[in-house]
Design a protein around this ligand. Structure first.
Ligand code: SF4
Length: 414
């Protein structure tokens, strides 16, 4: 099945270029959906901020945002931008001077909050300067800091219509100075509100959209909220770049963003995709422990591979047939399989080690090459173990045949 078939065709948007010297990123215009995150360091701390930017890049971020909240931060950006591995966006809130200073520092994009920079002449001044330098701007409308007049106009409530109007007002100022290199976000901490705001916005503009649920909070609830909002929109073909706003190490945001796009078939898999059964009464091993150990060991390899960890040999191999590599537990052993074919049987304690060995082999030699190393006796041994387990425990994990027998007996007795 084509993985993207379940995702609607992407809404056409204009393309913007974040013109980094060695890692330019296009947003919109059919470019791959990009992942963003934001540093939590003081931007004035150049080395600390660069360290975090590199960590975010390693975790899957395509674009990184840093705050530009004072003169020291702007000076920090001047040192950070030339050394950063990805485009840098300066986050500017209250001061148009900070926006101009960030442009001077060479940032690849600005983020402005229309609720905070209010004077039209300041907005137009920033837009003119960005236009002359070829630097795009994100209009970052935020449900929590909507312009007071719009708040009143919409009955003292933040509505999707109010958020869309706020973005359009800002766009109009930009249009006055002939600037259209703009992407827009209409984030809210309420998932239904942000979904509706982005839907309405996508109907009235072809500017690329930056998706996010703002202030989603700490994981796991924050991850769930952000995923619910972002994934719903992506599935409708809406969205060109995404950010998870988590109360956590920003590396978690970058990882989550990348993983979501890979899971939806919107980006190529760069690393591990571990699938594991949820375990049940039939499990022959502590599936949670083995899956966690496998995750840690395999993630380090940085190999684009799908690996299955299954708790029993009765259902496991069948359910994980399509995985590149998998292991299923049974009778104190691990049955290792490559694309559904058993290639080796290892002791239970060596399951994770065997997965690492074969993941490397697949990476070096491909699936076909790895299969040439299959142990000729492994399939027969696995079949015998499976048959013995079926004999021992029955074909039904829930023992329903025995239950039915018991019910019959009780009915007969009464
Ligand atoms: S039947 Fe086997 S593979 Fe399926 S959940 Fe239970 S232990 Fe895991």
């Amino acid at each position: 099945m084509n993985e993207t078939a379940a995702v609607a065709e992407r809404r056409p948007t204009r393309a913007l270029l974040l013109n980094h010297r060695s890692h330019p990123v296009t947003v919109g215009g059919g470019a791959p959906v990009s992942v963003q995150s934001m540093t939590t360091t003081k931007t004035a701390d150049v080395e600390g901020t660069l360290q975090q930017i590199y960590a975010l890049y390693g975790a899957g971020a395509d674009i990184v945002r840093c705050t530009c909240n004072d003169a020291d931060a702007a000076a920090g950006l001047a040192h950070i931008v030339p050394r950063a591995p990805v485009p840098i966006v300066a986050d500017v809130h209250n001061s148009h001077r900070m926006a101009l200073a960030a442009l001077e520092a060479g940032v690849h994009c600005l983020r402005l909050n229309p609720g905070n920079i209010r004077r039209p002449e300041h907005i137009k001044l920033i837009a003119s300067e960005a236009r002359d330098r070829g630097v795009p701007i994100r209009i970052g409308v935020n449900g929590g800091s909507l312009d007071e007049s719009l708040y009143r106009k919409y009955g003292g409530r933040v509505t999707p219509e109010a958020m869309v109007e706020s973005a359009q007002m800002e766009l109009a100022y930009f249009a006055e100075v002939g600037f259209d290199q703009v992407k827009i976000s209409v984030k809210a901490s309420s998932v239904p509100l942000m979904i509706e705001a982005y839907r309405q916005l996508s109907e009235v503009t072809d500017h690329p959209l930056h998706l996010g649920v703002t202030e989603a909070g700490p994981p796991p609830a924050g991850l769930i909220k952000a995923t619910a909002g972002i994934a719903a929109l992506l599935a409708e073909g809406i969205g060109d770049t995404i950010r998870y706003s988590l109360t956590a190490d920003p590396v978690e945001e970058a990882k989550a963003g990348r993983q979501l796009l890979e899971a939806m078939g919107l980006r190529e898999r760069k690393g591990l995709d571990l699938i594991a059964c949820p375990s049940c009464g039939r499990a022959e091993v502590d599936v949670i422990q083995v899956a966690n150990d496998a995750q840690v060991a395999l993630e380090e390899l940085k190999i684009p591979i799908q690996v299955a960890v299954m708790g029993c040999v009765v259902n496991g191999p069948g359910e994980a047939r399509d995985a590149d590599l998998g292991i299923a537990a049974g009778r104190q052993k691990g049955h290792l399989f490559v694309k559904g074919q058993v290639v080796k049987v290892v002791p239970e304690g060596a399951m994770v080690e065997a997965l690492v060995e074969w993941a490397n082999r697949i990476n070096d030699e491909g699936i076909e090459g790895a299969l040439t190393h299959a142990d000729a006796k492994a399939q027969a041994e696995a079949d015998a173990d499976r048959a013995a387990l079926l004999d021992d425990k029955g074909a039904d994990a829930n023992h329903s045949e025995q239950t039915v027998e018991l019910i019959r007996r009780h009915l007969a007795e009464n």
